[in-house]
Design a protein around this ligand. Structure first.
Ligand SMILES: Cc1cc2nc3c(=O)[nH]c(=O)nc-3n(C[C@H](O)[C@H](O)[C@H](O)COP(=O)(O)OP(=O)(O)OC[C@H]3O[C@@H](n4cnc5c(N)ncnc54)[C@H](O)[C@@H]3O)c2cc1C
Length: 291
C-alpha cells in the first residue's frame, strides 16, 4: 500500500511552497480546509493523494474589520459567521446564508467559507453570495499573492480559479457593499436538502446611486449576475424581476445551464424568477424595517 504524507503548513506561503514541491516531485496533493468534503472523499476512495496539505494550522480563521473592508479568512467556519458581531451588523446577507446551512452544529463548526468557495459547487449557497458581495479573493501561490474578483473565481462547476500550487487565503468584502439592505432566498427540496436555486440581493443604501446586486445560484454552472433595471427598490415588482431574470438566463448558452439529481435545467430555469423576486422582497422588507 502506498503511503500518503501529511503536511501542516504554518502560513499560506508555506502551503504554496509545499504544493510546489509536491508538483515538482510529480505527486498528487489534496488540500484540506475543514475537511467536510475532502475527508469523505478520502475515506470513500474517491481521491488517492500522495500528499495531504492540511490548512488547519494556518491563522486564516479570523474576521477582521477595517474602515475600508471586512476581511474573512478562508478557514472561517459558518458558525463563526453566525456568531460574529461584525458580520451580524455589517453583512447580514452572509450571516443569513450561514444560518441556512444544513448538517447541524458539527458541520457549521467544521465547514469553512473558503472550502465552500474552493469546492465551487453550482448547487452550493456560498458562491452566489460571495459574488453578490463583490468579494475579492486573495490567493497565495509559489510566486506570491494575487487578488481575484469573486465573479472570476468561479470558472465552472467545481472549477475555482486556483492552480494546483495555490491556496485561498481570505475574502475581502468592500466597503461599498457593507451595511446595505439585503435579502436571501433559497429553494430546496426538504429541510436537510442542499439548495436547488438561490438568490442573493443587495439594495442601495438610503438614497445613494448604487444599483441593486442580484445574483442567482444553481441556475447556471457559475453564479449568474442579473442586471436589474435602475428603479426605486419599491418598484421592483414580480414582473420586472422575472423579466430581468428571464433575459439573463436566455442569454446563457444551453450548455452553461445547471441541472443535477435534485432538479433538471428546465425546472431551475422556470423557478429562477420567483426565487429572485423573493430575495428582492426580503431585501426591500429589511430596508423598510431599518427606517
Ligand atoms: C452534512 C453536510 C451538509 C451541508 N449542507 C450544505 C448546505 O446546506 N448548503 C451548502 O451550500 N453547502 C452545504 N454543505 C457543504 C459545505 O458548505 C462544505 O462541505 C464546506 O463548506 C466545505 O468546506 P471545508 O472547509 O470542509 O472544505 P474541505 O472539505 O476541506 O475542502 C473542499 C474543497 O476545497 C479545497 N479547499 C478547501 N480549503 C481550501 C483553501 N483554503 N485553498 C484551496 N483549496 C481549498 C479542498 O482541496 C477541496 O477540494 C454541507 C456539507 C455537509 C457535509
Amino acid at each position: 500500500m502506498s503511503r500518503c504524507r501529511v503536511t501542516f503548513p504554518g502560513s499560506p506561503a508555506d502551503a504554496a511552497a509545499a504544493l510546489l514541491r509536491i508538483a515538482e516531485q510529480g505527486g498528487r496533493p489534496l488540500v484540506i480546509g475543514g475537511g467536510t468534503l475532502a475527508v469523505p472523499w478520502l475515506s470513500q476512495g474517491l481521491v488517492a493523494p500522495t500528499d495531504v496539505v492540511d490548512l488547519g494550522r494556518l491563522a486564516t480563521d479570523r474576521i477582521e474589520e477595517s474602515a475600508e473592508t471586512v476581511r474573512i479568512g478562508a478557514m472561517v467556519s459558518y458558525q463563526q459567521l453566525i456568531e460574529s458581531r461584525v458580520v451580524a451588523a455589517r453583512l447580514p446577507l452572509l450571516q443569513r446564508m450561514a444560518r441556512g446551512i444544513t448538517g447541524g452544529i458539527q458541520i457549521r463548526n467544521q465547514a469553512t467559507l473558503g472550502g465552500a468557495a474552493c469546492a465551487a459547487r453550482p448547487y452550493s449557497d456560498a458562491p452566489g453570495v460571495l459574488v453578490a458581495l463583490q468579494v475579492t479573493m486573495a490567493v497565495e501561490g509559489s510566486t506570491g499573492r494575487r487578488n481575484v474578483p469573486a465573479q472570476d473565481f468561479f470558472v465552472g462547476p467545481e472549477r475555482p480559479a486556483l492552480s494546483a500550487t495555490e491556496v485561498l487565503v481570505d475574502m475581502a468584502v468592500p466597503g461599498s457593499v457593507l451595511d446595505r439592505p439585503s435579502g436571501y432566498y433559497k429553494l430546496k427540496l426538504g429541510e436537510s436538502s442542499w439548495p436547488v436555486v438561490t438568490a442573493a440581493c443587495l439594495l442601495p443604501r438610503g438614497d445613494d446611486q448604487q444599483g441593486c446586486n442580484l445574483v442567482l445560484g444553481g441556475v447556471g454552472d457559475v453564479p449568474l449576475v442579473v442586471p436589474v433595471p435602475q428603479a426605486d427598490p419599491g418598484e421592483l415588482d414580480r414582473a420586472r424581476v422575472s423579466r430581468a431574470v428571464a433575459e439573463r438566463v436566455e442569454a446563457l448558452p444551453p450548455d452553461r445551464l445547471w441541472g443535477d439529481v435534485r432538479a433538471d435545467r428546465d425546472y431551475r430555469r422556470r423557478v429562477a424568477g420567483e426565487v429572485a423576486y423573493r430575495a428582492v422582497r426580503r431585501a426591500v422588507e429589511s430596508r423598510e424595517g431599518a427606517r
